[in-house]
Design a protein around this ligand. Structure first.
Ligand code: LLP
Length: 441
């Protein structure tokens, strides 16, 4: 299964052999998510609007689960990619665990899938005592500890609450992953993890601690990594450390391989099943002989291509030699292009006759950084038309903000022939609510 959102006129070919959860409609029809027209969704729920396919998310989870079916493996979805409660619920019901990075994310899991806390791992480079206490009380599966100081804090909190803390050290394997520098994390100079050369000594130093249980080793080398090689290289190093620990009398039963598997944002043919199996093979090869538990923390791979941001064209204007298509969605709704120069395909929801034009697609926010695409060839659009920004299911809504006092979009989850409003559109009143003591005294 490939992309879910299709600009129908481009796609009059017959579907490939694998069943796909979208329908080919007539040429000149509207873009659909599953069985539903995005025009209908825009009419019903307004724009900007995040639209997600539940079917594709479930399918991607299943791909991961199947690729590792030969092992004792657990997929712990990285909540940060898209933390919508309905999506967490959908994943939990299909057996997923969760990788969280804050007390807030744990509260989300507790809110919709309290029985999944036994499948939660807690990552992150700085955890507060309150967050640790919350996670200890929830009896989560594993703390991924990123420094000696954090390990000491964890031991102190566990002692205080009389709860044993299962932990893994997140090691930094010093592996280069070719991706955007902001989302690469596996090099020694990054803030993440513990130098893999120091890990053995640190494990040894707490091996007898009454309140700490050596549970695993974790690693995460970055995000949007397209090649399986760096994952294999990192796993080689991790498995070497597992063997060293065994020799030192410290058995490690669990390896957390992190997340990071990338997708294709350029709309090429993307074989998700082949990608996951290539990834699984790279890990399997490196872990030959390891019979313990394997945790995986995919985020983007499960949700990115299941989502689109639907926006309406407000106006089309020319300045100098440039043409700007201004939409009602902006950088506060989807910041990836501005922050990482990330590419998102943009397609008109219904095609018009005429030649494509080279345009910048931008939002109304008062910054030149507020763009979705620069010098992009776009089929003709007019004010009032709908456009869809594709592959926006991961790190879209999750990284949105209220910059310019812009209420954030509503979110809709499409399941078969039904669309569920899973988050209502914010109102300006929602935004003003926390403010107080505003009058000068
Ligand atoms: N595990 C850990 C410890 C992580 O830090 C991350 C992502 C993941 C798992 C999930 O990685 P994924 O499978 O989604 O690549 N905002 C950026 C991506 C930041 C990723 C941060 N960590 C973006 O929009 O591209």
């Amino acid at each position: 299964m490939h992309r879910l959102f299709h600009w129908i006129p481009k796609l009059t070919t017959t579907p490939g052999p694998s069943p796909r959860p979208f329908r080919f409609l007539q040429p000149h029809g509207a873009l659909h998510c599953g069985a539903l027209s995005l025009e209908t969704l825009a009419r019903k729920f307004g724009t900007p609007l995040y639209v997600y396919s539940a079917d594709q998310i479930a399918e991607r989870l299943a791909l991961f689960q199947q690729a590792f079916a030969g092992r004792d493996a657990l997929v712990c979805y990285a909540v940060k990619a898209n933390s919508a409660l309905a999506i967490l619920n959908l994943l939990a019901r299909r057996g997923a665990g969760f990788d969280i990075v804050s007390g807030g994310e744990l509260e989300r899991v507790l809110a919709v899938a309290p029985d999944a806390t036994a499948r939660v791992v807690f990552s992150g480079v700085g955890k507060t005592p309150q967050e640790i206490d919350l996670a200890l009380a929830a009896d989560i599966l594993q703390f991924n500890v990123e420094s000696q100081a954090e390990l000491e804090l964890l031991a102190a909190r566990a002692r205080r609450l009389k709860r044993k803390a299962r932990f893994a050290l997140r090691v930094n394997p010093d592996v280069f992953a070719e991706t955007h520098p902001y989302i690469s994390t596996g090099l020694r100079e990054h803030k993440f993890g513990i130098d893999i050369r120091r890990a053995l000594a640190l494990y040894k130093s707490v091996a007898g601690d009454r309140w700490l249980q050596v549970h695993g080793i974790s690693v995460h080398i970055g995000s949007q990594i397209r090649s399986a090689d760096p994952f294999g290289a990192a796993m080689d190093r991790v498995y070497k450390l597992v063997r060293q620990l065994h020799r030192a009398g410290i058995p490690v039963h669990c390896i957390d391989a992190g997340g990071g598997l990338g997708i294709d944002y350029h709309g090429g043919s993307f074989d998700a099943a082949a990608k996951v199996s290539e990834y699984a093979q790279a890990l399997d090869q490196a872990l030959d002989g390891f019979n313990g538990r394997l945790l995986l923390e995919p985020g983007r791979f499960l949700v990115a291509q299941a989502g689109a941001l639907l926006a309406r064209v407000l106006c089309v204007k020319r300045n100098g030699s440039k043409t700007f298509v201004i939409t009602d969605a902006a950088m506060n709704d989807l910041i990836r292009p501005a922050l990482y120069q990330a590419h998102h395909e943009i397609v008109p929801v219904r095609s018009r006759a005429g030649k494509p034009r080279i345009v910048d697609v931008v939002g109304p926010v008062c910054e030149s950084g507020d763009f979705f695409a620069r010098d992009r060839s776009l089929a003709p659009v007019r004010p009032g038309d709908l456009v869809a920004l594709l592959d926006a299911g991961a790190y879209g809504m999750a990284q949105s903000s209220n910059y310019n006092t812009r209420p954030r979009p509503a979110e809709v989850l499409v399941e078969g022939r039904k669309a569920r409003l899973i988050r209502r559109r914010e109102t300006v009143a929602d935004l003003l609510a926390p403010e107080q003591d505003v009058q000068e005294k």
